[in-house]
Design a protein around this ligand. Structure first.
Ligand SMILES: [Zn+2]
Length: 426
């Protein structure tokens, strides 16, 4: 069975969250384009101030003050910004007031069965991360978020310009003022090629320009184009859950995720496995975290996914691996090394601050950290962990004391991580 298209669209669902997603997302997003009844949308037409309130030239406290409206005045609303501010008229002047100091005095229905939300079939792509709301206006409850650059399929457009979309198992409305629209699929920014999407399987390059990304295989619903030589990551685990389709891969990119024809992709084997440049650790750390240039990265030669790490750390990691292999007869397994800023932001959003480092601060962002698997042998009680803890420092790779299972006073360390090692060499 194939999943409905809307499951795939925009699902930035990572390996971590993927387990829980398919059935729930499927159930909630069974909406089929064109079948949604236009929903009623309420527009605020009058508000009453709840304190003396500045009217400004724009919808932000940074904008110039035009005048002050006294408390308990009812004023007509011309429009509403996506941050909730109202454009109002008072004393023959028009400007913006914060919605935080107003009460809704009057609303009008702008959509609904008897009104004019018209049916559309197009993609909307937010210019910034946006709230998805229950109705077509900022007065409605937030039911979810859609990320910048993530296309979602729109089925209705309300008279006030809001679109009804379905994405990631959520159906709701987004303001039309902050999206771009395209009817045949939008251009997709697949991001820089030096990404390493955590936990995902193989890295692929797109072979040609205009490689099609689809929301579903069956319906061939097209999300858009991915430029030539973009990196995408195949998510084999997702394919398995969704129901694999011969000749198609489910891929994740920095811009959007979806299905691609396997024939449009070639597996990446081109990443360099040696780098003789004189880059040092301190030079690497002067770069923007999560944005290392290719010249400072190198792929691990023994790793089947050709995971990327910072060039200065590669030789010592190679020596550590050689010693590990001599001891255990197998290569050291690496789940994650270099992580782009984009991926960090994503993980932070998904996993929260307790688990994921604050974006822009992780040593993974400089390719100076590795995570080994979380399997038993690599756990605190496992033989690989014990060996690595005792031996990795000889090769300038350390497991930090603040990640150990227990604290000095014998209590359990809530921040313990057996899998995270950092490079401290030159
Ligand atoms: Zn780590």
């Amino acid at each position: 069975m194939l999943l409905a298209g809307s499951l795939a669209i925009g699902s930035l669902a990572p390996a971590v969250a993927a387990q829980a997603l398919p059935s729930a997302a499927l159930a909630a997003s069974a909406a089929v384009p064109g079948t949604l009844a236009p929903a009623a949308a309420k527009r605020v037409t009058q508000v009453k101030t709840t304190s003396n309130l500045n009217m400004r030239s724009g919808s932000s406290t940074k904008s110039r003050v035009i005048l002050t409206i006294p408390k308990n005045k009812t004023v007509p609303v011309k429009s509403q910004a996506s941050n909730g501010w109202y454009q109002v008229t008072y004393n023959k002047k028009t400007g913006w007031i914060s919605n935080k100091y107003t009460k809704v005095a009057k609303t009008a229905t702008t959509g609904g069965a008897s009104n004019s939300a018209k049916s559309v079939k197009l993609w909307v792509t937010p210019k910034s991360t946006m709230n998805i709301r229950k109705g077509a206006g900022t007065g409605h409850a937030v039911v979810g978020k859609i990320n910048k650059g993530q296309p979602a399929y729109a089925t209705s457009k309300a008279a006030n310009g809001w679109y009804k979309i379905s994405t990631q198992g959520k159906t709701g409305w987004v303001s039309g003022a902050y999206v771009t629209t395209c009817s045949k699929g939008c251009a997709i920014d697949a991001g820089p090629y030096t990404t390493n999407r955590a936990g995902l399987s193989d890295r692929y390059f797109t072979k040609s320009a205009s490689a099609d990304l689809h929301a579903s295989v069956n319906g061939k619903k097209r999300i858009g184009d991915i430029p030539r030589n973009s990196i995408v990551y195949r998510d084999a685990a997702w394919e398995k859950k969704a129901g694999p389709v011969a000749g198609w891969y489910y891929v994740r990119t920095q811009g959007a995720d979806g299905w691609m024809k396997a024939s449009a992709l070639k597996r990446s084997t081109s990443a360099k496995t040696s780098n003789t440049s004189k880059t040092t650790r301190s030079k690497v750390q002067k770069q923007a975290n999560g944005k290392l240039p290719e010249s400072m990265l190198v792929a691990l030669s023994w790793d089947k996914e050709k995971t990327l790490i910072a060039a200065p750390a590669a030789a010592d990691l190679g020596r550590l691996n050689a010693a590990f292999r001599k001891k255990f007869g197998k290569n050291l397994e690496i789940d994650l090394a270099y992580r782009t800023l984009d991926t960090q932001k994503f993980l932070y959003q998904e996993l929260g601050s307790y688990i994921a480092a604050k974006p822009g601060t992780s040593n993974h962002g400089w390719g100076l950290a590795i995570d080994v698997p979380e399997s038993y042998n690599y756990s605190f009680k496992g033989k690989y962990y014990k060996w690595l803890k005792a031996n990795s420092k000889k090769y300038n790779w350390i497991h930090r004391k603040n990640l150990e299972e227990f604290r000095a006073d014998g209590s359990r360390n809530p921040y313990a991580e057996a899998w995270h090692f950092e490079y401290v060499g030159k």
